[in-house]
Design a protein around this ligand. Structure first.
Ligand code: ADP
Ligand code: 5GP
Length: 194
């Protein structure tokens, strides 16, 4: 029997957060990925309802008006938000959630779900983040530059105001995965707030 938790994972873009989430999800039972809504266009391998609920700007604004989102944020020129019902529905079923949201979204989420467990993932350096984003080849040169420019700001925010309980430096991927699994396992054994 686990204590269901809301795990909030944030990272500068390119640190390896999606890779880590993909790796751990099949290894932990009762752990569900919180599917955000976004106005960003899908990347080639992404599917609607799997990585994101892909929305038009009008649909997204409608979700805000209807108070359907626990938090939302404009990131890199697109809207991203966490559907409330997805979280409450899974907690009611005894599942834990992994939320992949940016550092400012985490601050907003703290007001709605203050019991969330923050995990900040970073890379050994901004240079390494740049290399990883370049090798991922999913962004235009302009979008890549925006993401790198924001990385230092996000790292500074997360370490001073972000209220993250844990930080993982994703250097060797296998080690970072073990660290993340250990955190989740240990948190599953604790009651909320302990
Ligand atoms: P994020 O979701 O944080 O933006 P990704 O998970 O997409 O980042 O990772 C960015 C790129 O870096 C991907 O091509 C991924 O395969 C690679 N990557 C992830 N972790 C590592 C690591 N520890 N060492 C080297 N490359 C990595
Ligand atoms: P990407 O476009 O690479 O999938 O995500 C870009 C950024 O948006 C990442 O930092 C990611 O964590 C963040 N993000 C994704 N979904 C949400 C969300 O629902 N809310 C907030 N605040 N940020 C999100």
């Amino acid at each position: 029997m686990i204590h269901p938790k809301i795990f909030v994972l944030s990272a500068p873009s390119g640190a390896g957060k999606s890779t880590l989430i993909r790796r751990i999800l099949p290894k932990v039972s009762n752990l569900v990925f919180s599917i955000s809504a976004t106005t960003r266009k899908p990347r080639p391998m992404e599917q609607d309802g799997r990585e994101y609920f892909f929305k038009s700007k009008e649909e997204f604004l409608h979700m805000i008006e209807n108070d359907e989102l626990a938090e939302w944020q404009e990131v890199f020129g697109n809207y991203y938000g966490t559907p409330k019902s997805f979280i409450t529905g899974n907690i009611a079923k005894g599942n834990s959630l992994i939320l992949d949201i940016d550092v400012y979204g985490k601050t907003k989420l703290d007001k709605v779900f203050p019991e969330n467990v923050g995990i900040f993932i970073t890379a050994p350096s901004v240079g390494e983040i740049t290399n990883r984003l370049a090798s991922r080849k999913t962004e235009s040169a302009e979008d890549l530059a925006k993401r790198v420019a924001k990385a230092e700001e996000e790292i500074a925010y997360a370490t001073t105001k972000g209220n993250y309980k844990y930080t993982i430096v994703n250097n060797i991927l296998d080690d970072a995965e073990i660290e993340l699994l250990d955190i989740i396992k240990s948190e599953h054994g604790k009651e909320n707030g302990k």
